[in-house]
Design a protein around this ligand. Structure first.
Ligand code: EPU
Length: 315
């Protein structure tokens, strides 16, 4: 039996062939998923992972699509989209703190909502960061004021054999990266500290300030994929790309934002090729001009035509 028919028969949930992904990723470019799966529960996720492994098919977990560029040739194998399974959400008030278990598919804004509801501190950084809880964890998302690893205590990791809670201390987190050993995040547990009213007010106002700063400094009104490059030690990718003279550069329907040079925006009709070409040009120019290698923060997924190699992008 074709592996896709096998999936459709065994996995409960949405199992669909040839699903266009551009509408599901924030920069709105790229081709289709060969097979797109939204499993109804964790057992179905495990089954999908098992069948994919047995059939030699790669797996890609699409989070909120906020930090991803899908190639114009689409994504082979399985593209997973995890719903915000309500059975995996538990919030326990422990007096001075709150233990929150959140499904990977929940929007990252859920953390900020909890902070507001219970007067919690330490998640100010998450205000206005798009995406899902699973995505925040898998890439250890964050800003100058904090990152996901500071909040997570345990991660429910899945593969084709089952699911297991893993202490966050056993996961290697780095700047915008978590080493999950090819497993899929199904849920996370966070311990969040309550503050006194003055601290909470300060924290809420820090969140608002951060949001306002981003609205002012980033081109959030156009489709984009967030910060394209990681900041190199002691500097900022946006500053370097601007200093290399590339701010505003256009390729097809894409542009290096005039507002923030570490953002690439889709001005309408951009292809993944346009976006990746601009990334390659920025990387190349900063290397030539300042001898600084810029590493991608955005994830490139699927088949690029021509390949990212040929387009000159180091991924
Ligand atoms: N800058 C320029 N030219 C530009 C853009 C920025 O000179 O075109 C300069 C700014 O003037 C500033 C410095 O570069 O002095 C840093 O810029 P900014 O404050 O915008 O911060 P960033 O380092 O570019 C980081 C995160 C963002 C987060 C902001 C605000 C990374 C790679 N990016 O950006 O995160 O929103 O701080 O907290 O860490 C994301 O990760 O997707 C993201 C948007």
């Amino acid at each position: 039996m074709d592996w896709r028919d096998h999936m459709a028969r065994e996995v409960r949930g949405e199992v669909q062939r040839d699903v266009p992904l551009a509408p599901r990723i924030s920069v709105r470019v790229g081709g289709s998923a060969i097979l797109f799966i939204r499993p109804v529960g964790i057992e179905d996720l495990i089954t999908a992972l098992r069948i994919a492994k047995e059939s030699g098919q790669p797996i890609w977990v699409l989070g909120g699509g906020a930090n991803t560029v899908v190639g114009d040739g689409g994504i082979p194998g399985v593209t997973l989209k995890l719903p915000a399974w309500p059975t995996l959400e538990k919030v326990i008030d422990l007096g001075d703190r709150v233990r929150a278990e959140l499904p990977a598919g929940a929007p990252s804004a859920r953390l900020v909502q909890l902070a507001r509801e219970f007067g919690l501190l330490g998640v100010e950084w998450a205000a206005g960061i798009p995406g899902t809880i699973g995505g925040l964890t898998a890439m250890n998302a964050g800003t100058r004021s904090g990152e996901m690893k500071d909040n997570v205590t345990e991660i429910l990791l899945c593969d084709g054999t089952g699911a297991e809670w893993c202490p966050a201390s056993e996961v290697q987190f780095r700047y915008r990266h978590a080493d999950l050993k090819s497993k899929v995040v199904a849920a996370v547990r966070c311990e969040l500290r309550k503050g006194d009213p003055a601290q909470v007010e300060k924290s809420v106002s820090a969140m608002e300030t951060d949001r306002a700063y981003r609205r002012k400094s980033q081109p959030l009104q156009l489709p984009n994929s967030g910060s394209v490059f990681r900041n190199p030690p002691g500097d900022h990718a946006g500053r370097l790309i601007e200093a290399a003279g590339l701010k505003g550069l256009v390729e097809g329907g894409a542009q290096i934002s005039e507002q923030h040079a570490n953002f690439i925006v889709n001005r309408g009709g951009a292809t993944a090729r346009d976006v990746v070409t601009l990334m390659a040009k920025a990387q190349h120019a900063v290397q030539e001009r300042f001898a600084i290698p810029l590493a991608l923060e955005v994830r490139t997924v699927g088949v690029f035509v021509p390949s990212t190699d040929i387009l000159g992008l180091k991924v």
